[in-house]
Design a protein. Sequence first.
Length: 136
Amino acid sequence: MAQPSYPVTKSDAEWRQLLTEEQYYVLRQEGTEPPFRNAYYNNKAPGIYVCAGCGQALFSSEAKYDSGTGWPSFWQPVAPGVIGTKTDWKLLVPRTEVHCSNCGGHLGHVFPDGPPPTGLRYCINSAALKFIPANA
């Protein structure tokens, strides 16, 4: 099956040069960082979370909540269309993987056990994000 095309594309060498080792592992190799030991799981500052690969705005701090999982969790993206999804079978049961719609970077997964009003939990790797404070 052909890989989807994204507005932002780079060679593997370009991604490796742009990203840290951990960012590359998460964004380009669909890795997962350790829970509770990542930059943003406990961040409560107001601002916007953007893709660490391309800078597209993904989540607002207004939709962030403490899910107790050890990863940043959000109940909705900042706008429709900024998140893409695909089925992930790596754990033998299907999960919904989420990625940046602009560069295809792997962000994490979405689960149907979040708070109102959406009932969704976007469980996102900090390494896939950059935080821009509201007063920056």
